[in-house]
Design a protein around this ligand. Structure first.
Ligand code: AQP
Length: 327
């Protein structure tokens, strides 16, 4: 059985972009793959986090994982900081990473743009992400399109290590959904929808109340036309909304275009909001019952123990090959 690994940062409230680009596939993959799902809290601190918020967000992501269908008895679900091998292998891979490779990362450019001081962790975090994946010898990594570049680096680092020290790591393949691979921001379709965007109106959080969702969609930026047409080049805002509609309703894009032919944006946006609400309401209900059950911590503890067992095996092999003294 092939092994799948993916993770999300508890750097804010998970968004519809996170769901469509990644989370939605997690539950399905469990039936056909051996799955590892992380909450990457060590990545979240590459930008400043308020401690109480980080704790709350980490629990919220874990509960949303389960609400989205991840079964912690079936999949290994854990917090990255609970498995210390991540930080250790992360450091080793940082020493194998070239500055030029990190400088090319568009996510670093986006996140550091306009900032006076930027933490070094934000720059080196792709090497830690490589460690997350390679520790478990994952074959497949379900990610949104925005993470493709980081996965490419992971593959390069795995090759580099294997060449230098002998065959060790599996070279992972990306698993990127065709439609909805990148959901864009509601206020600016040139940026992806992001949970850490300070403008709450730019994203739909998975836990937004139905009325908040309706309001955010009604205020979503469109264009001065009135044609509901999928044309990402000339109509990026409307195309993004159609993409969300298609993902929520499972309707083909052509059918959505035909449905709103000649009607303008009003009815389209109204129905889109209801599609999103219908998708998220059951998820939110499950989320609430998981939080209330008080079983989250024991699930995370068990997940961390299972993950650490596998991670330690890989780390020992790496240390031995690199020339560290093992006891
Ligand atoms: N807008 C998006 N469209 C499609 N997929 C997306 N993903 C993120 N945003 C979109 C996918 O969600 C997974 C988890 O991402 P992450 O938490 O590791 O961080 P990120 O990619 O940096 O996502 P955010 O929401 O933009 O977080 P912040 O604002 O903290 O940086 C990944 O698989 C990603 O591809």
């Amino acid at each position: 059985m092939k092994r799948v690994l993916s993770g999300m940062q508890p750097s804010g409230k998970l968004t519809l972009g996170n769901y469509i680009g990644a989370l939605k596939n997690f539950a399905e993959l469990q039936h056909t793959h051996e799955c590892y799902f992380m909450i990457v809290d060590l990545h979240a601190i590459t930008v400043p986090q308020e401690p109480a918020a980080l704790r709350e967000q980490s629990e919220a992501v874990a509960a949303l994982y389960i609400a989205a269908g991840i079964d912690p008895a079936k999949s290994t679900m854990f917090l990255q900081s609970h498995v210390r091998q991540h930080a250790e292998l992360g450091w080793m891979l940082t020493t194998l990473t070239y500055m030029g490779e990190l400088e090319r990362m568009t996510q670093f450019k986006d996140k550091s743009a306009g900032k006076e001081s930027v933490g070094a962790g934000l720059f080196t975090y792709p090497s830690l992400m490589a460690a997350d994946i390679l520790l478990y010898n994952a074959d497949l990594v379900p990610v949104g399109d925005d993470q493709k570049q980081h996965l490419e680096l992971t593959r390069d680092l795995a090759h580099r290590f294997n060449q230098r020290y002998g065959e060790t790591f599996v070279i992972p393949e990306p698993y990127i959904p065709q439609v909805g691979a990148r959901i864009m921001s509601l206020d600016d379709a040139s940026n992806k929808m992001s949970k850490s965007n300070p403008n709450q109106g730019s994203f739909i959080a998975l836990l937004d109340a139905p009325d908040v969702i309706r309001k955010k969609i009604s205020r979503a930026v469109t264009d001065s036309g009135r044609e509901v047409k999928y044309d990402p080049h000339n109509k990026p805002e409307v195309s993004n909304l159609i993409s969300i509609y298609a993902q929520c309703s499972k309707k083909p894009i052509a059918e959505i275009e035909a449905l709103y032919d000649g009607q303008g944006y009003g009815p389209f946006k109204k129905d889109l909001a209801e599609q999103v609400v219908a998708l998220l309401e059951p998820l939110q209900e499950r989320y609430r019952s998981i939080r209330e059950s008080g079983e989250l911590h024991s699930a995370l503890r068990q997940g961390a123990e299972r993950a650490a067992e596998q991670a330690e095996k890989t780390l020992r092999e790496v240390k031995e090959k690199m020339g560290f003294i093992l006891f």
